[in-house]
Design a protein around this ligand. Structure first.
Ligand code: SF4
Length: 566
């Protein structure tokens, strides 16, 4: 067995997103306060030289972070009351907002803003900027951040989580060692906190091994496809917010659009598509291109230019899909724990708060030198009792209400909100997203629907872009000479059952054109081509493949998108 370096830390956060950074910073602040008290007032015990580390797969902290986003500042204010003075990158305070229903060409503006979508006093933010900034604050507080390192394996001592192993570097496409080969290192920690974001690859294995989702609803997701544009003049003020429902999504597809005003005449716009959709030809990237062609959106974008593109999934299963989040030596926080308020389309303040509550529990564990599940269970108790736990409970069946279509969802979701969820107290059950896909024949009545039936459009290269062009604007790159990080369990399924039943939906649902099926001219047989270098790490394929045949694993550390304003 290969010798690996072992690094011992006290607390290890896996994933350098907003949840982990908030947790790490809060913990550093709490330790500082406790130590001051112990020194000055002799109260409590001083905690000496606690090492807190954060592992991040992206080359820079923030460059894999992407969200709409409108942020409720409640958690940031708690973490750092002087966040404004500290230069938090905020695009603008929300003072003007609207909600509208889009038809193919028209728009019906809601006379009032539904209370859950009322964002007055919140901030439009770029999550990549905010995460980068928070990373700097964390570094200044003495936290060790390791960008460019992905956790690829969980290390155990029996059933106790010991830490994680980082990925090897310098492996060629056939698995051989290149000249620059460097084995990954083993990071051991008293507590390992999994804050890997939506559909975390290590969290997924934890959930499976310990049956953490037993008795819960399966996780459910949306994929958000997003662009930032620069406009020739100010058409929206920084902080202006528009939310849309309806076109281009069909009534039986969960989701909606958004346009937010940013600084410097920029706008952030995107479309969220629920991954519990049925149509195997549905292409979330293409639906987003159609969204931009709607006269209302097209007028906002007129003569503007594309600045950046990206895509990401977010967990919308709500309260009943939260897995068990506590193990011996480990906690799960943020999107990785499905902590997201789908009704408000908000996850940032929830992720931050969960990281902070984890930090408070870890402080108690450090003080008592007890990192057992029993001791760490305080985290879950605090979480469910907290303001975000109550928010999640209030709309516990929100996403499930949309399973019978848009209108039914609006009515049921609205009633649930007004009554604090009392009308449907107990859990409404759901199926996993991948099982919702219907066969081509069942959706279209034929095995070869026309482009018109599938909703195919032509891209003009100025307002609408094909996937390859859009991917260029994400800045994503990967070392080409490495094994593909999209693992296909059984390729023969792709060429047989999947082609016959669903006609390879991976080609449609991937927003980065990673999957292509081509006919090999010599053999006359189909062949899967994996353009893995295009990958945006959105995880849609890991979630939506109807046979669960695709597993996303981290590529060599540092690969992936280079978001800076998304
Ligand atoms: Fe997303 Fe998977 Fe496509 Fe990568 S390969 S962009 S994770 S759908």
């Amino acid at each position: 067995m290969e010798e690996r370096d072992v690094m011992e830390v006290d607390v290890l956060f896996v994933g350098g997103g907003i949840a982990s950074l908030s947790g790490a910073l809060h913990l550093a602040n709490l330790i500082k306060t406790q130590n001051k008290k112990a020194e000055k007032e002799g109260e409590g015990e001083k905690l000496d030289e606690i090492v807190i580390a954060v592992l991040e797969k992206a080359a820079f902290v923030g460059s894999h972070s992407i969200s709409g986003a409108v942020m409720d500042p409640v958690s940031l204010r708690e973490l750092m009351p002087d966040f404004l003075e500290n230069g938090a990158p905020l695009e603008g305070k929300v003072t003007k907002e609207e909600v509208c229903l889009l038809t193919r060409k028209g728009r019906l503006k809601a006379p009032i803003i539904p209370p859950p979508l009322n964002n007055h006093g919140f901030y439009v933010v770029s999550l990549s900027k905010l995460t980068g900034w928070l990373g700097k604050q964390a570094e200044e507080a003495g936290i060790d951040i390791f960008p460019g390192f992905a956790g690829t394996e969980i290390l155990y001592d029996g059933d106790r989580v010991l830490g994680v192993r980082t990925g090897d570097k310098g492996i060629d496409a056939d698995g051989g060692k290149k000249e620059n080969y460097e084995p990954g290192i083993d990071l051991h920690a008293k507590v390992t906190v999994f804050g890997e974001g939506s559909r975390g690859n290590l969290t997924k294995t934890l959930i499976k091994r310990f049956h953490l989702d037993e008795g819960r609803n399966p996780a459910s997701y949306v994929v958000g496809v997003k662009e930032v544009w620069e406009l020739p003049e100010s058409r929206m003020n920084p902080g202006d917010v528009i939310h849309t429902m309806g076109y281009p999504l069909k009534r039986n597809t969960y989701g909606g659009g958004f346009v937010y005003g940013m600084q410097n005449n920029m706008v952030s716009l995107g479309l969220l598509t629920g991954l519990d959709y049925e149509d195997p030809y549905l292409d979330p990237h293409r639906e987003f291109q159609k969204f931009k062609l709607h006269p209302f959106v097209a007028e906002i974008l007129r003569e503007g230019k594309l600045v950046q593109y990206g895509a990401k999934t977010a967990p919308v299963g709500g309260y009943f899909s939260i897995p068990g989040c506590v193990l011996d030596g480990a906690l799960i926080i943020g999107d990785a724990a499905n902590l997201f308020i789908s009704q408000k389309i908000k996850g940032i303040h929830v992720a931050m708060k969960s990281g902070m509550l984890a930090a408070e529990t870890i402080l108690e564990a450090l003080s008592s030198n007890d990192f057992s599940k029993d001791r760490l269970e305080g985290y879950e108790k605090k979480l469910y009792k907290s303001s975000v736990g109550k928010e999640l409970y209030k709309v516990r069946n929100f996403h499930q209400a949309f399973q019978k279509g848009l209108w039914s969802g609006i009515v049921k979701g609205g009633i649930q909100y007004v009554l604090g969820g009392r009308i449907v107290k107990n859990r409404l059950f759901t199926k996993p997203d991948h099982s919702h896909l219907k066969r081509v024949k069942d959706v279209y009545g034929t095995l070869s629907p026309s482009d018109e039936m599938k909703g195919v459009i032509k891209y003009d290269g100025s307002r609408t872009f094909d996937k390859e062009s859009d991917v260029y604007y994400s800045g994503t790159t990967h070392e080409e000479m490495q094994p593909p990080h999209l693992r296909i369990g059984d390729l023969s399924i792709c060429y047989t059952r999947c082609t016959e039943e669903y006609q390879n939906p991976c080609v449609s649902f991937c927003p980065a054109n990673v999957y292509e099926i081509e006919m090999n001219e010599e053999t006359g047989e189909p062949e899967m081509r994996l353009n893995f270098s295009n990958c945006l790490h959105c995880k849609t394929c890991d979630i939506k493949d109807p046979y669960e045949n695709i597993t996303w694993v981290p590529p060599e550390g540092g690969g992936g998108p280079k978001y800076s304003v998304l």
